[in-house]
Design a protein. Structure first.
Length: 480
């Protein structure tokens, strides 16, 4: 790990220990060893961060948009320059392979560049009142102090996707990173400091008491918004907490993405897409292909070829040459994956490759393909969040759509076809906030990211992303 990786809380422009003196260990999931010991934020630290944000708020809101944009742009350049350090830290604390960590650095940094460009495009409008009673002036103003609660699976990008638009719009922000992956976010705080971000505008609060610290912040009347990425269960709890004070909320929650392969698909492209949508990030992604539906006329060939690709994957520590599947984040997640596979097998599913934990001190699960999965197996509805491809056949397009939509979730969906008419028809009928047509990776800083149904609400990224951090004000002006 880079020797200068910060391990303190980031509050008011400085790294510091917790006021309580408490610390906790961050583990390397590939070895089980202690990677670093970090400051453990307390309720008092949360209040100190809010005090700093409150003190910085008026000056940051009044900072010219161009200046805010330049700071974000410098942060983009610094993160890009330090890509190797960020990638190594992510691999060590989260488990993904270095190539994917480098990909996340590029993707995560792009949100800083994108929102540096959006900062100067926040506008309003003017109009004459139809009754001739005066002028209508509509302005956009920052929401105020924000809280971001970020997950472990993309420890950089899930931060920049929230921090970028908040800072661009003139908001201050507190970030509570996952207890498993705080180091990447602390590196990002250092990058922002080096980019010239004023003290107090951004705070980072690693903590082992996530529930207590988040509740303390959300109960404070100075907070105006919370943005959360994580499980639907936790998201529902946060929405309930937010109701007392009617906080603005953005919720990017669980997924159960279908991946449809029609009989007119280019199978080579569909296989490439399935590997990307399923095995990228070790399957630990809310957009991962959770259910792979293949038209029965091509199912045998597709399944055979996918199994060959999955069986050829090499598993090991993410920093090892030649490895293309790293460690699972922790033993709890490893057990969850194993339980879903075991339940499916007990229900009658067939294991074509994998299906087992791998021996050793780290958290590794063999890349797996399951076929002939009955309807009642839990894996058909639960989010796998691991390297397990679950294949089910279908006969007709209507059946495929019904299967794809038979879930309370609606984040992402994918399908492969060579028919333009089917592309338009199926994309329209799929119940998902994001749809990939002949693509296995759909995330883009320039596009809105978000779901429907129990996958949450609100958009991150694109021109829509900054809207989540702005209030609309109407000013009634008298006639000229």
């Amino acid at each position: 790990m880079p020797a200068d990786t910060p391990t303190g809380l980031w509050i008011d422009g400085a790294f510091r220990p917790s006021e309580s003196g408490a610390v906790y260990d961050v583990l390397n999931p590939a070895t089980g060893e202690v990677l670093a010991t970090v400051a453990d934020a307390s309720l008092a630290d949360a209040r100190a961060a809010m005090d700093a944000a409150e003190a910085a708020a008026a000056r940051w809101e009044a900072t010219p948009a161009r200046t805010r944009a330049e700071i974000l742009r410098r942060a983009f350049e610094i993160v890009t320059e330090r890509a190797d350090d960020f990638a190594l830290v992510m691999t060590l604390e989260m488990g993904k392979i270095l190539a994917e960590s480098r990909g996340e650095v590029a993707y995560g940094a792009e949100f800083l560049r994108w929102f540096s460009e959006e900062a100067v495009r926040i506008g309003g409008r003017t109009a004459s009142a139809p009754a001739g009673t005066g002028e209508i002036l509509v302005t956009r103003e920052p929401v105020g102090m924000c809280l971001a609660v970020t997950p472990w699976n993309f420890p950089l990008a899930m931060g920049t996707r929230k921090i970028g638009p908040a800072l661009a719009s003139g908001c201050t922000m507190l970030v509570k990173p996952s207890v498993d992956t705080p180091l990447t976010m602390l590196l990002l705080a250092q990058a922002f400091a080096d980019a010239g971000l004023p003290p107090g505008v951004l705070s980072v609060l690693p903590t082992s008491d996530s529930v207590g610290v988040v509740a303390e912040i959300m109960s404070d009347p100075r907070l105006r918004k919370i943005s959360f990425t994580g499980s639907t269960g936790v998201g529902k709890a946060l929405v309930a907490q937010s109701a007392d004070r009617l906080l603005r909320t953005s919720m990017e929650l669980g997924g159960n993405a279908p991946f449809l392969v029609f009989d007119d698909a280019d199978l080579d492209a569909a296989l490439d897409g399935a590997m990307a949508a399923k095995m990228r990030n070790g399957g630990e992604a809310c957009t991962a292909a959770n259910r792979i539906y293949v038209q029965n006329s091509v199912r045998d060939e597709f399944t055979r070829r996918l199994t060959e690709r999955v069986a050829a994957m090499r598993v090991g520590p993410g920093w090892t040459d030649g490895v293309n599947l790293g460690a699972i984040i922790n033993d709890h997640q490893l057990t969850s994956i194993a339980d879903l596979v075991d339940d499916a097998v007990a229900a009658g599913a067939r294991v074509l490759t994998g299906g087992t934990r791998l021996d050793g001190d780290g958290c590794f699960y063999a890349p797996t393909v399951l076929d002939e999965i009955p309807d009642h197996a839990r894996i058909r509805q639960a989010e796998i969040f691991g390297p397990v491809a679950a294949i089910v056949g279908f006969d007709t397009e209507d059946e495929a759509i019904e299967l794809a939509n038979s879930t309370p979730y609606g984040l992402a969906a994918y399908f492969y076809t060579e028919s333009l008419a089917r592309s338009r028809r199926v994309a329209r009928r799929l119940e998902a906030g994001m749809v990939g047509v002949n693509r296995g990776v759909i995330s883009d800083a320039a596009a809105p990211f978000g779901g429907i149904k129990q996958s949450g609400f609100g958009s991150e990224g694109g021109s829509e992303g900054i809207e989540e951090y702005l209030n609309t004000k109407y000013v009634a002006l008298p006639p000229n």
